[in-house]
Design a protein. Structure first.
Ligand SMILES: [Zn+2]
Length: 61
């Protein structure tokens, strides 16, 4: 199982297109992740401009 991170929104997914933003630019080369459950109450979500709960990479190359 290969996990890819979206270069546009950092969302982590197993599919070849991002289910979060619909982008098709996904990278295998990413580091660290956060799980955001409550976007309204998360400093990290605000910093990364996350608007939907999910798993997000901290760094995507
Ligand atoms: Zn995306």
């Amino acid at each position: 199982m290969k996990l890819l991170a979206c270069r546009n929104c950092n969302y982590i997914t197993e599919s070849s297109t991002c289910p979060n933003c619909g982008g098709a630019s996904l990278s295998e080369d990413w580091a660290g992740y956060v799980i955001v459950l409550d976007v309204d109450d998360s400093e990290i979500a605000k910093r990364l401009n996350i608007t939907k709960p999910g798993k997000y990479a901290l760094k995507v190359r």
